[in-house]
Design a protein around this ligand. Structure first.
Ligand code: AHR
Length: 325
């Protein structure tokens, strides 16, 4: 009887192990920044759409709500649970060295996605993302083309302080601004990539500088631009083709609709559809192939109809129709 029981237990263990193994799914842990913007929601949805069980993955995506400490804790949890791959979309560039070393020591491939870290590339497997500095430069070059040498007083509503998205966009835009002595960046404040943040910063700008104190508002994402518009609407300030110049980043569906409507004059894309690229990197690594240290997600800029541009694409119904997120 005892022998039979032992046999049954052994059989159960083998079958249990076999079924866990047989599901064959790759466990992917993704520490997402949060849910601060339409862009972010599109990015999250894109991961759920791509990393499905049918495609061979078990995805655990954690919304870290812009909490860097939580991101670190969740990465450590993925390490403890021995995930197959860890994908990090870093809230901030700083403070990653220790945890990246721990992931590396555990032998788990680590992919930095969307935003970047201020750490040695030796500490992670590969990175996938857009070029945020180039995005800022595109916005600056478009403004130079549009203004054609005219003076401009510029306000900036930045993305979350310390994020590579905000750092890169500021760096790129400021580089172009430095070449234009006729421009003055009069103020630059953190709007945290949210509509509410954009509105609050714009309200305080209006209070401080008044309607005549500025010509251009550069918003680091579409949601901040919507908030800035709300604040200007409330103050009776005109924007768009016959008012203040609004520049935005992301080029989400609604952002491009507002560009098509002539409210946002220039909108520089940051493509949130990155999951397939990350999946292809993982497939390549699974196949034992060497992958590039960085895979660029390409993006482009758009301007409102009626504006001629050699820098960005003029918005049209066709462009909008192709933009689902
Ligand atoms: O990292 C990408 C940026 O983060 C997007 O511009 C913004 O909308 C987001 O929240």
């Amino acid at each position: 009887m005892k022998k039979l029981l032992a046999l049954v237990i052994a059989l159960c263990l083998v079958l249990g192990a076999a079924s866990a193994f047989a599901d064959g799914l790759l466990k992917i842990g993704y520490v997402q920044v949060g849910h601060e913007s339409d862009w972010r929601m599109a990015n999250t949805q894109n991961y759920f759409d791509v990393f499905t069980k049918d495609a061979g993955f078990e995805l655990e995506l954690i919304d870290c709500d812009n909490d860097h400490a939580l991101q670190l804790a969740k990465v450590r949890e993925f390490v403890q649970k021995d995930f197959d791959y860890i994908v990090i979309d870093p809230i901030q560039t700083a403070g990653w060295d220790d945890v990246l070393k721990e992931v590396q020591e555990a032998g788990i491939p680590c992919i930095i996605a969307d935003r970047s870290v201020d750490a040695s590339p030796d500490l992670y497997t590969t990175a996938v993302g857009t070029d945020m500095t180039a995005e800022g430069e595109t916005a600056g070059k478009w403004l130079a083309e549009y203004l054609g040498g005219k003076e401009a007083k510029i306000l900036v509503i930045e993305g979350s302080t310390g994020s590579s998205a905000a750092i890169g966009r500021s760096e790129g835009f400021n580089k172009v601004a430095a070449e234009h002595k006729e421009w003055t960046i009069i103020d630059s404040q953190d709007g945290d990539f949210t509509q509410n943040g954009g509105q609050q910063v714009m309200e305080s700008f209006i209070k401080t500088y008044g309607e005549d104190g500025f010509d251009v508002v550069v918003c680091h994402n579409d949601n901040e631009a919507y908030g800035a518009m709300d604040a200007m609407d409330a103050a009776g300030i005109k924007y768009g083709v016959d008012g203040k110049i609004i520049i935005s980043f992301d080029a989400t569906h609604e952002g491009l609709q507002r560009t098509l409507d002539g409210k946002i004059l220039c909108n520089v894309e940051c493509n949130p559809i990155q999951a397939v690229i990350v999946m292809n990197v993982i497939k390549a690594l699974q196949a034992g192939e060497t992958v590039e240290k960085f895979t660029l997600v390409p993006d482009e800029g758009f301007c409102a109809p009626g504006i001629e541009s050699k820098i960005v694409t003029v918005m049209s119904d066709e462009v909008l129709a192709g933009r689902k997120y």
